[in-house]
Each structure stands twice: as C-alpha cells, then as structure tokens.
Design a protein around this ligand. Sequence first.
Ligand code: HEM
Length: 482
Amino acid sequence: MHGRCGMRSGMEAQPYATAPAGSPRLESLRVEPLLTSEFDADPAGVYERLRRTYGPVAPVGLMGVPVWLVLDYHEVLEVLRDDSQWRRDIRYWRARAQGQLPRDWPLLAGYEVRQTMFLDGDEHHAARLTHHSALRPFQDGHSPQGWELRAAVARYADELIALLAAESGSAGYADLGAQYTRPLLLMVTGKLFGCPVGLGDELVMDLWRMLDGGPDAGPATDRAAAVMTRLAAHRRQRPGDDLTSYLLLADPGMTDEQLGRELLMNAVYLNDITGNMVMNTLLEVLRGNATVRRSVSDGHLGETFHRVALVNPPVANMCFRFAAGDVRLGAFWIRAGDVVSPSAAAAHQDLLTIGTSPLGDATASTRAHLGWGAGQHQCPGAARELAGMIVTTAVGRIFDHFTKAELTLPADQLPWRSGPVVRGLRLLPVRYELRGTPSESHPVPPPRHDGEAPDTAPTADHRSRGLLSALRRLMTGTGRAG
Ligand code: HEM
C-alpha cells in the first residue's frame, strides 16, 4: 500500500503562478499563537477576530511554527477539493525539508506517521480502496459482521449503564465521558480491530498527547503505534472477522508496521473523534430544546447528528495540507511548500453567518457541513455509516435507559479540550435517574467485598463482575494529556 513517495513526476511541469516579489511570506509575518486559554474557552471568538483582521485566511502560530489557518467556507472547500494544488505528503513541507521546525516540535510526531491520510495520488487511491474493502463488511447491519458489531455496541452500552447503576444507584451523578463514552469506544475499538485483550485508557491518553502535541507526544505516538503493530502481527498469525484481518486480506503485502500505522489512524477516528461526536451529540440533546429531545425519543437522531457536526465538529481544524505551487488564497499569496490548516469549525461559523446558505433552507444547510471533510481525503462512506451507527446507538441507549439527565454545570462552564485539530469535552457531568434497572436485561451483581474469586463455572453474573473490574481500570486517567 505504501510504496515510494507519491510526489507526481509531472508536478514541476504544472504551470503555477509566481507570488509577486513584495507579497509577505508566512515566515516573515508576526503571528499570534492559536492555542491560548481564550481559544480553549471561545474558539468562535478567536476565529471571528482573525477573520476581521486578516480575511478568509490568517497566519497563526502553532506551538511556535507559523501556519496559514483557512477560515472561510469557500476557501476551506477549495483547499479540501483541489488535491493537486494542496498536497498531503509531509515531504512537500518546505520548513520541514529545510530543517526550520523547532527540534522536538510536539506536533510533528503524529504527522510523521506515514499512512493513508498523508499520501497523495495513486498511492493514496490504492490505500483508500484497501480501507473501503476492509470496512465494507461492517458498514451496515446486513452482513453477519455488521450485525454482530451493531449488537455488540448496544450490549456494551447497556453493560456500562448497568455498571453505573451497580456503582452509583438508579439515581445519582455520573461523568458520561469517563464512565460511558470513553470505555464504550475502547470496547468497540477492541471488537472491531480484533484485539485479543482489552484496550485501556492509556491508549486514549496517548492518542490525545499525539493529537494535541503534549510534551511527550513523540514517545506517546511510538507507544500507540507499537500497540497497533503488535495487534497487526497477532492477526497475521490468527486472522479473524475483524478490521485488522480484513485490511491484511485486502493488501497482503503490508508489513506489520504499515498495518500498525493504518490501525493507529483508524483508532484516532474511532476512539477520539467518534467519542467526541457521541459527547457533542449528548450535550446537544441535554441542552436542547423540546424538538431535539423529541427527535431522540422518536429515534430520529440523524438531523441532530448533522446539526452537531455543523455547530461543533470534533475535527475542528483539519490536518495540514502543503501548497504544491504558489497560489493566492484569501488576501495572501501562499508560497509553494507552505502549510495550511483548513478549519471546519471556522468555515461552519462562516456558513451559518452567511445566513442565506448556498443550499437554501435551514435543514438542507446542516448537510453542507464539512464534519466529514470533503474531496479525495474525506471520511470514507463505510466509516461514516459505522460512525453514524455508533453515535446514534450510544446516544439512543442513554436516553432509552435514563428518565432524567441534566447537566450539573452550566453549558458555558464545561471543560473543553481544544487542540490544533480536535475540540472535545473533557467531562460531561450529569445528574441522572434510570428507568427501572438496566440490570433487568443485563444483570450486574452487587460488588463482592470478600475479594474472593468465585469457584463455580463462569455465569453471566461472574462475567459481569470481571467486566466491572476491567471497566474500573478503564475509567481512571481523566486528566489532561501531556
Ligand atoms: C463521527 C465520527 C467521525 C468523524 C467526524 C470523521 C471525520 C473525518 C474527517 C473530517 C476526515 C478527513 C480529515 C482531513 O481531510 O484532514 C476523515 C478521514 C478519515 N476517516 Fe473519518 N470520521 C469519523 C469516524 C471514522 C471512523 C469510525 C473511521 C474508521 C473506523 C474513520 C476512518 C477515516 C479514514 C480512514 C480517513 C482518511 C481518509 C483519507 O485520507 O483518504 N472515520 N474522517
């Protein structure tokens, strides 16, 4: 899947304009750092100020490195769609090639993981086909694999709610991040990837460190990649009905390391991004009006999902693109090899304020969101189907089981994690009341206090108790990455 560099041999022959001599260069501009506490609290306010100051494209600093942040819908779409001008291969990045990035720049570790997202042209096309065929069996509930995965997501959700009831009672307080969404997505990842042992919260924290550029982003990336490489080697020996085995089936030439890198990228989307979409959707429903709540009880989460992707996309700023040649974008000339980050969150803000959306009525405009990306690198169709199923099941099960769920903090005081790419809730604290007990369908016994292992053959109760202690381990480690 990953041969030599995907840079097109004809690239030099393509006629590019040349930036006028006097136009400012990215590295010569004074940039304001993007990742500030103001940005954590109010990214929309920051985008708006940048837009007022610079127009549709603004120079910003990302941990000491200047980057063009693309803010307006039209320009973001242009960058996402024109993949011959806007390349993904990190070797196009002039500052990196010329050794101008700070040593140990924390965001570089993730970008150096060479996988589908950072490939161009034919190499990228082949890698996408591999993903398509490996994901297809899970795409909908019509295949045995798809059906089983759906059933597993619902079962895991029920088990986690039963665990909550066993630990905190049928009414009480819960953090739907640490006690529900994160363990749920880890269980789903373990199932989809065919992990022989449960994945732990350490993996989530390492993914956060990589994405957010924590101080130990490099070692964290290596650790997460090593977990995935071991899994790849295991499934090569013992193939099963899982994504890892299907990726190998689709491209048997992949080494364990290559497959490990592909799994790492999928783990980011499945765990962190899909998890944030669950949390953002839960939040939308919790603070929502009667219409949103009714849509949940009617089982029509689809529109809410699109609205969340529009007002609060988990992939807030998309991964870097590099200019193949000089080009004018917004009020600036971008030079060949410059880095840009297209901001879905800022583009959506622009789309909403345009008011007269390009697609007319308000319902249609929610579908114009860039939450899945756009162009050649957009989220594959099968992955979207899968993500949609996970989000609607995870959110749906909460409101099936809870008669009452209220935020315990005002919505504007919820703690957000705002990295260069992802915006997601750190916590989602609620006061809840359960309808009956979920243990009626999935019994969870009261915790034993004698510390003794049962000496009978495993029953559903005993399995639940094993799950209980495994999940307790998962629920630790809610602190900020890095
Ligand atoms: C709600 C959940 C999800 C959201 C919001 C989402 C969003 C995105 C976005 C915005 C991109 C493009 C990024 C860019 O161009 O810089 C992308 C790409 C991708 N996503 Fe998703 N995704 C989700 C779930 C998933 C899942 C569950 C999987 C797989 C299990 C997945 C697999 C991929 C892959 C393989 C790519 C790379 C495509 C390429 O570069 O050609 N995504 N996703």
